[in-house]
Write a protein that binds this ligand. Structure first.
Ligand code: ADP
Length: 319
């Protein structure tokens, strides 16, 4: 294999740039040319492809977002779209591809592999919703952004003796909410994996009130519903006033943490190594601090494992 490509697809996540840098430099180090494909699968179809040199990926390891841009591309979901993509890859002489993105992007990669074009995936999403990997790229950075915000909100919650409901991202996965809740000592964590009804939450709030607790942090994962709805439901049952903060897209941006930069570097290098040894249709993962690879088709039939121990611990510590 003499030429490989790299693209970012789906939602952006901090650490994607560090992964692009790792793929480019690990490739050049091993004597292959690396091509950047812009705007995800859309760029593969339109031929928005450019050779990347060592210096093209300088000064990006610390930047959030993705220098290759990202996009969603309906056309790539069609056979015709993928046939054009394969033609483009042939035109540029590219023989293998690294896809940095979420499970949708991996599905696209698998389809290319099935057409005889080797693809390796790197899990890049703040949601941590990918199976068989302890962490996805961007999760740690988003978590730290959330904690930073909650620390600030807690100052006001304490000073004004108020209850704050904070909505965090994560799609169907409660990891961001759970880890943030544990790290920030939230009194209540609402996640889709362990649904609690509003009555139980109101009971807990009342118990807290009775023993003199005047402020509260409630973290709601977006997979549970909207924080505004939770606030209304609490008000309807207990006539308690709450303040709502929806953190929104600040969670997706910012400089990646050291953890995400190191993870991205390790995963990027491993992806190149696998492509060059003839592997395909695999996703790079981190498990017990080891960089490993799993078959994507197999992986897509599974769900990200919920860490019940961590959830119990968070509950124990917030009595
Ligand atoms: P994510 O990768 O974050 O899960 P999406 O699900 O939006 O994001 O997928 C990103 C892109 O991957 C889509 O816009 C499409 O181009 C491609 N893709 C997703 N699912 C498929 C599929 N089943 N077949 C081919 N391509 C797909």
């Amino acid at each position: 294999m003499k030429r490989i490509g790299v693209l970012t697809s789906g939602g952006d996540a901090p650490g994607m740039n560090a992964a692009i840098r790792a793929v480019v430099r690990a490739g050049i180090y091993r004597g292959v040319e690396v091509f950047g494909i812009y705007h995800g699968y859309k760029g593969l179809i339109t031929g928005n492809i450019k050779k990347l040199e060592v210096s093209d990926v300088g000064d990006i390891v610390q930047r959030g977002g993705t220098i290759l841009y990202t996009a969603r591309c309906e056309e790539f979901k069609t056979e015709e779209g993928r046939a054009i993509a394969i033609e483009q890859l042939k035109k540029f002489g590219i023989e293998g591809l690294v896809v940095i993105g979420g499970d949708g992007s991996f599905m696209g990669g698998v389809k290319l592999t099935q057409l005889g074009f080797p693809t390796i995936g790197i899990p890049g999403t703040i949601d941590n919703d990918i199976p068989e990997t302890d962490f996805t790229l961007g999760f740690d950075t988003a978590l730290n952004t959330i904690i930073d915000a909650i620390d600030k909100i807690r100052d006001t919650a304490t000073s004004h003796e108020r209850r704050f409901i904070i909505e965090v991202m994560g799609r169907g996965c409660g990891d961001l909410a759970m880890w943030a809740g544990l790290a920030d000592g939230a009194e209540t964590i609402m996640i889709p994996e362990k649904k609690e009804d509003i009555d139980t939450i109101v009971e807990r709030l009342n118990r807290g009130l009775q023993r003199g607790k005047k402020h509260n942090i409630i973290i709601v994962a977006e997979g549970v519903g909207s924080a505004n709805d939770v606030a209304e439901a609490i008000k309807a049952r207990a006539n308690m006033d709450t303040r709502v903060t929806v953190l929104g897209h600040v969670q997706r941006g910012g400089a990646p943490t050291a953890f995400d930069r190191v993870l991205a570097s390790r995963m990027g290098s491993k992806a190149v190594e696998l492509l060059l040894t003839g592997e395909k249709g695999k996703m790079i993962a981190i498990q017990n601090n080891k960089i490993v690879a799993h078959d994507i088709l197999d992986l897509l039939t599974k769900k990200h494992e919920f860490n019940n121990d961590l959830f119990q611990l968070a509950k124990e510590l917030s009595i």
